[in-house]
Design a protein around this ligand. Structure first.
Ligand SMILES: NC(=O)CCC(=O)C(=O)O
Length: 274
């Protein structure tokens, strides 16, 4: 039980919400023979990544998208870290939400993106999720037969405390539905995954949408798997594809024993004396 397999499905997003949902089944069929334990989908995999579209595509928890994803988890006997979707609550607020289903299709976790992606890079990418989205207010872990796992969504990865909090809470791997762009992707995507993996001595799996050069927000792609030594174990390019990887928790334990960063922390002194 110390090894498990996971797949990141780097799929394109089309305008028709339910076409994206149908496409997920096609990929799950394709990887059936690999007997993966976990599948992760991209950020906003069934809604164009445009702020004005989020309220239009949003559904309440338990809606048609949720039902289809829960059914897939059961049918394919997988943990489904179901990318992210726009979720609306009963007061009309909209969140960037990742639902997590177990092998029976039962929802065992839900993460609402906590750090909204509001950036304005001179000569590069601008985006303002907070125009239409509300931020979540907590980190998220979920339980599996392999141990506790963490989930964060895209921009959340930039905040080191967030991953550290999950690791402090016992997370063994962090799943990251994401969609970096053509400005920050080449600069920071791989670096962010390697850094969070190295600092926390943990496996990280990031899943991005396939690149569509005609989209208003262009995804960097490059779904990625990094290990507790900070190495890249697998990475796609920008095209549609599936990244299949294996995590070995004995290896993670060994790294944590041999280079005992997590144990050697000095939480008693991390303050500035004034
Ligand atoms: N969807 C996002 O949160 C994008 C984050 C991103 O591109 C970054 O640079 O951070």
């Amino acid at each position: 039980m110390n090894k498990f397999r996971a797949a990141a499905i780097q799929m394109p997003t089309v305008e028709d919400k339910m076409e994206n949902i149908k496409a997920v089944r096609h990929y799950l069929e394709q990887i059936k023979a690999h007997k993966v334990d976990f599948v992760v989908l991209p950020e906003m995999f069934c809604c164009p990544y445009q702020t004005e579209k989020f309220p239009e595509y949003a559904e309440e928890e338990g809606g048609s998208v949720w039902k289809a994803l829960s059914a897939y988890a059961k049918e394919y006997n997988i943990y489904l870290v179901a990318g992210s979707v726009p979720e609306k609550d009963d007061e009309g607020r909209v969140y960037n939400t990742c639902y997590i289903f177990d092998r029976q299709g039962v929802q065992i976790g839900k993460h609402r993106k906590t750090h909204l992606f509001d950036i304005d890079i001179k000569g590069g990418q601008s985006f303002k999720e907070s125009d239409t989205l509300t931020a979540g207010n907590s980190g998220t872990v979920f339980e599996t037969e392999f141990g506790r796992m963490g989930v964060m969504i895209c921009f959340d990865i930039r905040f080191p405390e967030f991953a550290r909090m999950m690791v402090n809470d016992g997370a063994r791997m962090i799943f990251v539905p994401a969609a970096f762009n053509m400005t920050t992707g080449p600069a920071h995507w791989e670096l962010s995954f390697r850094t969070r993996a190295l600092d926390n001595q943990i496996y990280m799996l990031g899943c991005a949408p396939a690149r569509n050069p005609a989209a208003s927000y262009i995804s960097w792609g490059h779904s990625i798997f990094t290990d507790p030594w900070g190495r890249v174990r697998g990475m796609l390019d920008e095209s549609e594809g599936i990244l299949i990887c294996e995590a070995d928790l004995d290896y993670e334990n060994e790294i944590r024993e041999q280079l005992p960063l997590l144990k050697a922390r000095r939480n008693d002194v991390y303050r500035i004396e004034k």
